[in-house]
Design a protein around this ligand. Structure first.
Ligand SMILES: NC(=O)c1ccc[n+]([C@@H]2O[C@H](COP(=O)([O-])OP(=O)(O)OC[C@H]3O[C@@H](n4cnc5c(N)ncnc54)[C@H](OP(=O)(O)O)[C@@H]3O)[C@@H](O)[C@H]2O)c1
Length: 353
C-alpha cells in the first residue's frame, strides 16, 4: 500500500508522515516546494521516501503524483482556498482521499461538489478525518442506534492547553467570518446559517455547574445528517474561545509564531468531545470522547482512515466517517491510542471503553 501526503511539509503533514512510517506504509510526499518537502522527509527520518512537486493549480502534476498511490491524505490547509483542487485530482487519479480539514463550509462543498464524480470513479472521499469529526460522527451513529427517532444532536468541543499550529490559525483567519457567525446548523432536512443555538450551556461529565458555550462551525454538523435521521444538529465550543477570537490575528503575527505546539504541549493537552442526542420521546443519550494531543491523534486517525479505505474498501462517493467505517471497530482502534469513549443512554451506561 502506498499513500501520498499532500502538504507533507507542514506541521500536521510531518506528524502524518511519522505515523505512516511507524505503520510501515509506503509514502509519497507531495507539495508545492521541493526544498520544504526534502526538509520534511529528513526531519521525519524518511529521506529516501518518494517526493513530487505539484502546486494546486497544476492538475496534471497532482494527478500524475497521486496515480502512483492508493490513497491521498491532504494536510494542506487552509482547505477553503486550496482543498478542492486536491480532491479533484485524487478522484481523477483513482486514489481514495481523506483530509485533516476543520473548515465546516469546505466539508459541505466537498459533499455537494464531488459525490457524483467520486462514485463514477469508484473512489471514496472522507473529508475531516481528524481528532474530532471521526470519533464524534461515529459515536453519533451509535447513539442513533439506541435513541430513535432523534429530535436533536448537539456536538460540543472542549480543549484545554496545547495551543494551535500556525496552519490552524491560518485556517481560522481564512474562515473568521463563518466562525464569528457560528456556521451551519442542520434543521428539518437542510443546512442553514444564522439559526441561533438552542443551548447556552453544557454540563461536562463530572461537573456540578454547566459551562457556558457558543455556536461554532464544526464538521460533524455536516456529516451526521448524512447517515442519521435527526431534526436538528448544532455544534458548540466553550464560550472562553469566543473571547480569544476577538484578538486580531494577522498573517505577520502568525508567521512570527512557532510552527506548532511542542511535544510537551501536545502531551499535556486534553480534549473532551460531547455528543448529546435527545429522542422525540424525551429519552437522552450522551457520547463522551476524552483524549490528549489533537494533532498526534489527527495523524493516527487520518492514516487509519486512509489505510482502511484501501485495505477494507468502502462505498464509492463522498462519505461521512460512519458511512465509511464500522463505528465500534474504529473507536476501539482509537482506544488503543489513548482515546477513551463512553456512551450513556438515559443515565444507564451501555457501552464503555
Ligand atoms: N480538528 C481539526 O480541525 C484539525 C486537526 C488537525 C489539523 N487541522 C488542519 O490541518 C491543516 C494543516 O495544519 P498545519 O499545522 O500542518 O499547517 P502548516 O504547518 O501551515 O502546513 C500547511 C501545509 O500546507 C501546504 N499549503 C498551504 N497552502 C497551500 C497551497 N495553497 N498550495 C499548496 N500547498 C499549500 C504548506 O506547504 P508549504 O510548506 O509549501 O507552505 C504546508 O505543507 C490546517 O488547516 C489545520 O486547521 C485541523
Amino acid at each position: 500500500m502506498k499513500i501520498a501526503v499532500y502538504g507533507a511539509s507542514g506541521y500536521q503533514g510531518k506528524l502524518v508522515l511519522a505515523e505512516l512510517a511507524h505503520r510501515n506504509i509506503d509514502i509519497l510526499l507531495v507539495g508545492r516546494n521541493a526544498t520544504r518537502l526534502r526538509g520534511a522527509a529528513t526531519t521525519v527520518g524518511i529521506a529516501d521516501a518518494g517526493q513530487r512537486v505539484a502546486d494546486t493549480d497544476d492538475h496534471g502534476a497532482l494527478v500524475a503524483a497521486f496515480r502512483e498511490c492508493d490513497a491521498v491524505i491532504n494536510c494542506a490547509g487552509p482547505f477553503t482556498s486550496s482543498g478542492h483542487a486536491v480532491v479533484r485530482a485524487a478522484i481523477a487519479a483513482g486514489s481514495h482521499y481523506v483530509d485533516t480539514a476543520g473548515e465546516q463550509l469546505y466539508h459541505k462543498t466537498v459533499f455537494d461538489t464531488f459525490g457524483g464524480d467520486a462514485e463514477r470513479a469508484g473512489v471514496t472521499v472522507v473529508p475531516a478525518a481528524n481528532d474530532a469529526c471521526v470519533p464524534g460522527d461515529l459515536i453519533a451513529r451509535l447513539l442513533a442506534e439506541r435513541v430513535q427517532p432523534i429530535e436533536e444532536i448537539t456536538v460540543s468541543h472542549f480543549i484545554v492547553g496545547g495551543g494551535s499550529s500556525r496552519g490552524s490559525l491560518r485556517s481560522v483567519v481564512e474562515t473568521i467570518d463563518v466562525i464569528k457567525a457560528g456556521g451551519l446548523s442542520y434543521d428539518d432536512g437542510d443546512w442553514r446559517t444564522g439559526t441561533p443555538a438552542r443551548h447556552a450551556s453544557v454540563t461536562l461529565p463530572g461537573a456540578s455547574q454547566p459551562t457556558e458555550v457558543m455556536k461554532f462551525p464544526i464538521a460533524e454538523v455536516v456529516t451526521i445528517p448524512r447517515h442519521t435521521q435527526v431534526r436538528h444538529v448544532e455544534s458548540l465550543v466553550g464560550a472562553a474561545l469566543g473571547a480569544r477570537l476577538g484578538t486580531p490575528l494577522t498573517p505577520q503575527i502568525i508567521d512570527s509564531l512557532p510552527e506548532g505546539p511542542t511535544e510537551e504541549d501536545r502531551r499535556t493537552q486534553r480534549f473532551t468531545y460531547l455528543i448529546d442526542a435527545v429522542g422525540r420521546d424525551g429519552r437522552s443519550a450522551r457520547g463522551v470522547v476524552h483524549g490528549h494531543d489533537t494533532y498526534g491523534i489527527t495523524a493516527v486517525i487520518a492514516v487509519e482512515a486512509a489505510r482502511r479505505l484501501v485495505a477494507d474498501g468502502a462505498k464509492a462517493g463522498v462519505l461521512a466517517p460512519a458511512q465509511a467505517y464500522d463505528p465500534t471497530s474504529f473507536l476501539n482502534f482509537l482506544a488503543t491510542h489513548g482515546v477513551s469513549w463512553t456512551i450513556t443512554v438515559s443515565d444507564l451506561p451501555t457501552a464503555q471503553q
